[in-house]
Design a protein around this ligand. Structure first.
Ligand SMILES: CCCCCCC[C@@H](O)CC(=O)SCCNC(=O)CCNC(=O)[C@H](O)C(C)(C)COP(=O)(O)OP(=O)(O)OC[C@H]1O[C@@H](n2cnc3c(N)ncnc32)[C@H](O)[C@@H]1OP(=O)(O)O
Length: 286
């Protein structure tokens, strides 16, 4: 049985300790479109040799940055073929601005396993602490596994963030590059879905798709630059659902609405009639 909710739900996936340096931070920043204009001196802070700006979304890659193997969807009570899964949702809360150099330990558990009928959703939660045991960030991510539902689990809740019924306060265009996924995979996500045309085809896609977390980071970077004046510390919490695929080279349209201490955002693909890419996007300002 690929999913046994009685084993999976609440399972402790253990701890991992890892370190990062300005080199990893700068590579990540480039992989999410930072410093795309080398004549923009503000953008160059993303690739500063000793103190590059650290986006809160860096939290999504820090623990696995140097991975070189494809991930496995294999946990207690869960064993799913990688070609059947897509990233469903991601949220990160940073408890303070992330340093450009650090060592931390992440403990992860399976918070919930949802049976959506045809699909399964596996939700992981992790807490990351610095060397003194102080929390640095907490994260929640969902894996959406097509065809893996029907195992007799709870359907779980739905996520739905309604957007204001008015024109967006800001609109930003975020180009991605045709080789964006090949660059982003150097930040540790070696899923062949993003680099191998044959694997992508077996998974049901016409060509390799962009990592969900590359879209996540690119939108974070664009919002920090264009809405928060380049201040990476302005974001305390950032969550999204991955609503549709993005192909490398496509341009994203980011529309943003101020909503108190929140920024609500919709992200669509310009080149495909504004097909949804990210939904339920909420930035909480610090
Ligand atoms: C450890 C190893 C881990 C490896 C993880 C993966 C690593 C990465 O490399 C992989 C990636 O980055 S993949 C790229 C990023 N993700 C995507 O592109 C997915 C885009 N989204 C889709 O295709 C569809 O929305 C889709 C397919 C997600 C859903 O579409 P539908 O099947 O049409 O679903 P729908 O009928 O709308 O809803 C059915 C129920 O599912 C819930 N749901 C929908 N979208 C969800 C999502 N994105 N995340 C979580 N749950 C979601 C709905 O709420 C609904 O349930 P309910 O009826 O209870 O509300």
């Amino acid at each position: 049985m690929p999913i046994d909710p009685s084993v999976a739900a609440g399972a402790d996936l253990g701890e991992v300790t890892f370190s990062w340096t300005p080199r990893e931070v700068a590579l990540y920043n480039l992989a999410v479109g930072g410093a795309h204009d080398p004549l923009d001196t503000a953008g160059l802070q993303y690739v500063h040799d000793s103190e590059p700006k650290v986006l809160p979304s860096f939290a999504t890659v820090a623990a696995t940055f140097n991975a070189t193997e494809a991930p496995k969807v294999s946990f207690p009570g869960v064993d799913i073929d990688l070609s059947k899964v897509v990233h469903g949702a991601q949220q990160v809360r940073v408890h303070r601005p992330l340093p450009a150099t650090g060592t931390a330990t992440t403990r992860t558990r399976i918070a919930e396993v949802q049976d959506k009928g045809s699909a399964a959703v596996v939700i992981q939660e992790s807490v990351t602490r610095d060397e003194n045991g102080e929390p640095l960030w907490t994260a929640r991510s969902s894996i959406f596994a097509k065809g893996e539902g029907g195992f007799g689990g709870e359907r779980g809740s739905s996520t739905r963030v309604d957007l204001p019924d008015r024109a967006a306060d800001r609109e930003i265009l975020v180009p991605t590059q045709p080789n964006q996924a090949l660059l982003y995979r150097l930040c540790g996500d070696r899923n062949p879905l993003h680099s191998d045309p044959e694997f992508a085809s077996e998974a049901g896609f016409p060509r390799p798709i962009l990592h969900g977390l590359c879209t996540y980071g690119s939108v974070c970077r664009a919002v920090v630059d264009e809405v928060f004046g380049g201040d990476v510390s302005a974001v305390a919490d950032y969550g999204v659902s991955f609503a549709g695929v993005v192909f490398p080279g496509e341009t994203l349209r980011v529309r943003a609405w101020e909503d108190g201490d929140r920024l609500l955002v919709a992200t669509t693909v310009v080149d495909r009639d504004d097909a949804p890419a990210l939904s339920n996007v909420v930035f909480i300002e610090s």
